[in-house]
Design a protein around this ligand. Structure first.
Ligand code: NAD
Length: 349
């Protein structure tokens, strides 16, 4: 009777946590032998972005195990302690400061390790420093895990996702960059502010590089399915070329502005990472503008950049081939050329 109540509770908790979490009372009793193993996410880099993502993940109830790995061990231990103290107030997640061996069995390994963008510094300037870090980290991960999904957030995210893919030897579907998920959110937010509509009903993508050459897809922007131009015409909110340009400029340059003001950006990117991880763990097939290896669309290949992609348990399940207008296609190709140029430069260095 007692055990069956426990098992019912276990099932309840398992479902409440998106399948996986085992309450402590059952650990080591053998009663959980048949239980599906808890979802494990490892975060490599427990700095601003890594710790904020870890906090969002704890509150989400998506995982049963959360591991923080950082070159600065004290930082990882401190963050794990702080997060653990929120467990009684949120979800039964096992959280610890670990090592690369803990990547074994992880469903997703989120990489946020590296140096941040310094004030006034372009993302591409970061490339050499952070590429060296990836060449150190990725083999240490794949030594213990060749089944999970690598999710890169460190900048420049497109270049480093490509480096991580090459270093890992994993199929490209399982090496994903957070790409323009963040820029797309910023774009939707700013458009929604202008239109006076809930941002969740404003759909518009930023594609290409997560950075200066990114491309707004105005031709497909819509409000709950109504094309932006039609929406504006019918609802008296003219959005002229100048205003569009201003909205896009503020989207593209948001990181610079936030970094000038507070030194780093982390809340929105953490929310973006959470959204990607949720779609992976729950096999949601959500469409998200992640960075992935482009399969020859628009003549672009051998480069990672963002296009809306279907994200599920296997990682990138499908990349959408958008019907871009000629100007957008050209800008996307230019963005790909910028990224290929950086990869070539990196190869030569
Ligand atoms: P941070 O300096 O706060 O944290 C970085 C952490 O990485 C530090 O704790 C550091 O000790 C650790 N680290 C450095 N080298 C390491 C190594 N070799 N192994 C393990 N850990 C190591 O920086 P942050 O603000 O968290 O930013 C992290 C990265 O995320 C930066 O590259 C930043 O540009 C990027 N970022 C990306 C997006 C995006 O949309 N993709 C958004 C914001 C920030």
């Amino acid at each position: 009777m007692f055990l069956s109540t426990l098992l019912n509770n276990r099932e309840h908790n398992r479902q409440a946590n998106g399948a996986g979490a085992v309450p402590w009372s059952l650990q080591g009793t053998g009663a959980d032998d048949q239980a599906p193993r808890p979802h494990r996410v490892v975060v490599v880099g427990a700095g601003n972005v890594g710790a904020t993502f870890a906090y969002a993940l704890l509150l989400s109830g998506l995982v049963g195990e959360l591991v923080l790995v950082d070159a600065n061990r004290e930082r990882a231990v401190g963050e794990a302690m702080d997060l653990n103290h929120a467990v009684p107030l949120s979800n039964p997640v096992r959280i610890w400061a670990g090592d690369y061996a803990d990547c074994g069995g992880a469903d997703v390994i989120v990489i946020t390790a590296g140096t941040g963008q310094r004030p006034g510094e372009g993302r591409l300037d970061l490339v050499k420093r952070n590429a060296a870090i990836m060449r150190d980290i990725v083999p240490r991960i794949t030594e213990y895990n060749r089944q999970g999904i690598l999710l890169m957030a460190t900048n420049p995210v497109d270049v480093l996702s490509y480096v991580a893919w090459q270093e890992s030897g994993l199929p490209p579907a399982r090496v994903i960059g957070s790409g323009t998920v963040l820029d797309t959110a910023r774009f939707r937010y700013l458009l929604a502010q202008r239109l006076g509509i809930d941002a969740r009903n404003v759909h518009a993508h930023i594609i290409g590089e997560h950075g200066d050459s990114e491309v707004p897809v105005w031709s497909m922007a819509n409000v709950t399915g109504i094309g932006l131009e039609t929406y504006c015409r019918r609802h008296g909110c003219e959005l002229n070329a100048e205003e569009r340009e201003r909205i896009f400029d503020r989207t593209r340059d948001a990181a610079y502005e936030i970094i000038e003001r507070k030194g780093a950006t982390y809340y929105a990117v953490a929310a973006g990472l959470l959204r990607i991880v949720e779609s992976i763990l729950r096999n949601q097939y959500s469409v998200l503008a992640v960075s992935s290896l482009v399969p020859g669309y628009y003549g672009i290949e051998d480069v990672y950049l963002s296009l809306p992609a279907v994200i599920g348990r296997a990682g990138v399940e499908q990349i959408l081939h958008l019907p871009l207008d000629p100007e957008e296609t050209q800008r996307l190709c230019d963005s790909a050329a910028v990224l290929r140029g950086v990869l070539d430069e990196l190869d030569r260095s």
